[in-house]
Design a protein around this ligand. Structure first.
Ligand SMILES: NC(=O)c1ccc[n+]([C@@H]2O[C@H](COP(=O)([O-])OP(=O)(O)OC[C@H]3O[C@@H](n4cnc5c(N)ncnc54)[C@H](O)[C@@H]3O)[C@@H](O)[C@H]2O)c1
Length: 408
């Protein structure tokens, strides 16, 4: 690894060590003297061949912690747990920080560790037995080499403040969080917030990945945004399965901004559903939304080039389509139109503790655009904010589509 130092392997005893845990199939050192697999494979292995002694040193397995255990956190725990159990690059135990709550009179962590199911956020899916639910955030994260952040974005600040200075300084972080923050100079990516607070190298994973479908192992694609090729390859190994195909691209900021902004567009798609419009209208919302996403990225993603190709990855157009048809933002926005209830009421009523990202992101984006005097250039994003929070009639969304600058 060019810019990252992984824990070095221990030096130690010979080839025939007793195994203290199941040995994974893909990388077993073979004891040449006794012609059987030696373990544990994490130990450096001396193999005696004739009179020569060769020392094979293997990197210590990376410990992985999943910070979050909601719908998506639990679905990704299913994948990461299964991959870690089979790949000697990763420690077998995957810790998952669970925001403790009581469900049917039992602690959620106890339910997960006993029944191997997150009955509140991902019911009906067994988690691998090597996924260990831990209620204490510091305990869960302090020895991790890889931290997978997957919490609603409104909790990021508090979570980082809790673990700051208590995690490995050379840990790698990957954010699956969709949302943006508003900094003094305008836009702040969630991965930048985490990186600044914790001082660790961050990557992101975003894509057309509705959690329940991923947990059902229905085929889909995803995108990792990562500046370092070695880190990207390692994270891909941790995340990829036959039914969850990972592409790694360098434009991590574009990948992340797509993941945040598509939720605003999905709220607009839900408005159209609530008003009784059809698929043609939704296609127009998707197209105009995509144009605003690209324009936004070209202004605010200043870390490097913003190429059109990134919008053609799963994190771009694919995630936008799936969210505008299937996601919770669309669903709640439709109910917002049909019931006249507030977004907050509907979030409580419809989502069983899950959090909505689209309206909150629209509010943050509104402030960012206002700060730069750019509101007029993003009428779709602005209309979603005005309708959700400023009491504007939902029919204004259709006027916004009719008068969009793309048509002028
Ligand atoms: N669900 C999906 O299909 C999906 C897909 C891709 C990305 N994402 C993104 O993943 C992120 C996490 O979403 P999710 O679906 O896993 O969560 P969720 O909305 O299903 O669940 C909410 C989570 O927040 C936790 N929580 C509640 N109060 C808290 C507090 N005060 N502090 C910390 N945690 C608290 C809950 O325990 C629960 O784990 C979001 O940014 C979301 O946009 C979700």
């Amino acid at each position: 690894m060019s810019d990252h130092t992984w824990p070095s392997a221990r030096t130690g005893a010979g080839p025939c060590l007793p195994s203290d845990r199941p040995i994974k199939s893909d990388c077993r050192p073979v004891c040449a003297l006794h012609n059987h697999t030696a373990g544990p494979q994490r130990q450096p292995v001396q193999v005696h061949l004739h009179s020569s002694v060769y020392l094979f040193t293997m990197a210590a397995p990376r410990k992985v912690c999943i910070v979050g255990s909601g719908n998506w956190g639990s679905a990704i725990a299913k994948i990461v747990g299964a991959n870690a159990a089979q790949n000697s690059k990763f420690d077998n135990t995957v810790k998952m920080w669970v925001f403790e709550e009581t469900v049917n009179g039992r602690k959620l962590t106890e339910i997960i560790n006993t029944d191997h199911e997150n009955v509140k956020y991902l019911p009906g899916h067994k988690l691998p037995a090597n996924v260990l639910a831990v209620p204490d955030l510091v305990e869960a994260s302090s020895d991790a080499d890889i931290l997978v952040f997957v919490i609603p974005h409104q909790f990021v600040g508090k979570v980082c403040d809790t673990i700051k200075g208590k995690i490995k300084s050379d840990a790698l972080g990957i954010s699956l969080i969709k949302g943006v923050d508003e900094g003094p100079d305008g836009l702040k990516l969630i991965s930048d917030v985490i990186q600044e607070k914790l001082g660790i190298t961050m990557s992101v994973l975003m894509g057309a990945n509705i959690a329940n479908e991923v947990a059902d192992e229905k085929f889909c694609e995803t995108t990792i945004g990562c500046k370092n090729k070695n880190h990207g390859a390692l994270l891909k190994e941790l995340m990829q399965t036959n039914n969850f195909r990972v592409t790694v691209v360098e434009e991590y900021d574009v990948v992340e901004i797509c993941g945040a902004l598509k939720n605003i567009v999905a709220v607009g798609a839900g408005f159209c559903d609530g008003l009784g419009f059809g698929d043609n209208t939704k296609a127009a919302v998707i197209r105009l939304g995509l144009m605003e996403m690209i324009a936004f990225a070209r202004i605010f993603c200043t870390a490097g080039p913003v190429s059109s190709a990134t919008f053609l990855e799963s994190c771009g157009v694919a995630d936008l389509i799936t969210t505008c048809y299937g996601g919770r933002n669309r669903k709640v926005a439709e109910a917002f139109v049909k019931t006249g209830k507030s977004i907050e009421e509907l979030e409580k009523e419809m989502l069983n503790g899950q959090k909505l990202q689209g309206p909150a992101t629209a509010a943050e984006v509104y402030l960012i655009l206002k700060h730069k005097n750019l509101i007029d250039k993003f009428p779709l994003f602005n209309a979603v904010y005005q309708i959700c929070y400023q009491g504007h009639p939902v029919t204004e969304f259709i006027s916004c589509l009719q008068n969009h600058p793309e048509h002028m």
